[in-house]
Design a protein around this ligand. Structure first.
Ligand SMILES: [Zn+2]
Length: 288
């Protein structure tokens, strides 16, 4: 699969991925100022290396920042650290997983590859981005518990990692928390941003309004699902059929890690009773 270059203002990006199966299988690493934000999946190292070498020669890369531990974002950080002799920063709660590895479903190893061990340093609240600009980290859990978004207030840019992806989603990963996701979307929408740099979608020119739109969609969906489930006692599979339709290929290709069923069930899963899941839920099998 060929890679795609992205350019907006002084930010450069490279979208890479083996298969364009859905909106999230191909991911983007960005170079802003002297900072590389996310590093692409490990099985795309050849293309990422070429991009990194070119950007380093033209602009000088002084540090790498990973927005969260997932392999399609942090997968080449260790190799870039070795190649350029630069520090890698990641959220504090990502560090152990980057160093020691983490459980991954089989399809992730096929689609993105297995990342090597990565020695990262705790991401400070702010890093210099260039003349008169700073990169400020804000916790944005929901997609992953350790994820941050990176705001550049002086430019009104927001690097959203996997927070946005699309204004409406029909699938959710098993370990995603849709309520935390909606809260993070609202919180990040408060940051002044004219442009989003999404980790998969690329440049989103509607800025923080796009985050609000997705937050409202998720809240409306949760409201509908909860009303039908708790008040009308409708079974979850029927609610799914009515609101999202039947499962598509993504559910089968990922062994159930991405599914419409997960999204519907997450809507009724309350953060204070996560052990008491509706019986339609069973976890996909992770492997180490
Ligand atoms: Zn992710």
């Amino acid at each position: 699969m060929s890679s795609t270059r992205i350019s907006h203002d002084s930010v450069a990006g490279l979208r890479v991925g083996r298969w364009p199966l859905g909106p999230t299988t191909r991911s983007i690493c960005y170079r802003a100022g002297h900072t590389l934000i996310d590093t692409g999946p490990p099985n795309q190292w050849k293309q990422v290396r070429h991009f990194v070498e070119e950007e380093h020669e033209a602009h000088g890369i002084e540090r790498v920042v990973c927005t969260h531990h997932h392999e399609d974002h942090a997968g080449n950080a260790a190799r870039i650290q070795k190649l350029l002799d630069v520090p890698v920063y990641a959220p504090e709660s990502s560090l152990e997983r980057l160093q020691e590895g983490f459980a991954m479903e089989w399809y992730r190893r096929v689609v993105w590859g297995t990342p090597p061990e990565t020695e990262a340093e705790p991401l400070p609240e702010a890093l210099p981005l260039g003349p008169g600009a700073t990169l400020q980290a804000h916790a944005a859990p929901g997609h992953a518990d350790d994820m941050v978004c990176l705001h550049v207030p002086e430019r009104r840019w927001l690097f959203t990692a996997d927070l946005f992806l699309a204004p409406r989603i029909e699938y959710l990963r098993f370990d995603e928390d849709v309520h935390a996701l909606a809260e993070s979307l609202h919180a990040m929408a408060q940051l002044p941003a004219d442009v989003l740099f999404c980790g998969h979608q690329g440049v989103v020119e509607t800025g923080s309004a796009a985050l609000q739109e997705k937050a409202r969609y998720l809240e409306a969906l949760c409201g509908q699902v909860q009303r039908r489930y708790y008040r009308e006692q409708q079974p979850l599979p029927d609610i799914q059929d009515d609101l999202l339709g039947r499962e598509g290929t993504l559910r089968w290709l990922t062994g159930g890690d991405f599914s419409k069923k997960n999204l519907i069930a997450a809507c009724v899963r309350r953060t204070d009773d996560s052990d008491d899941l509706p019986d339609m839920i069973s976890a996909p099998t992770p492997m180490r």
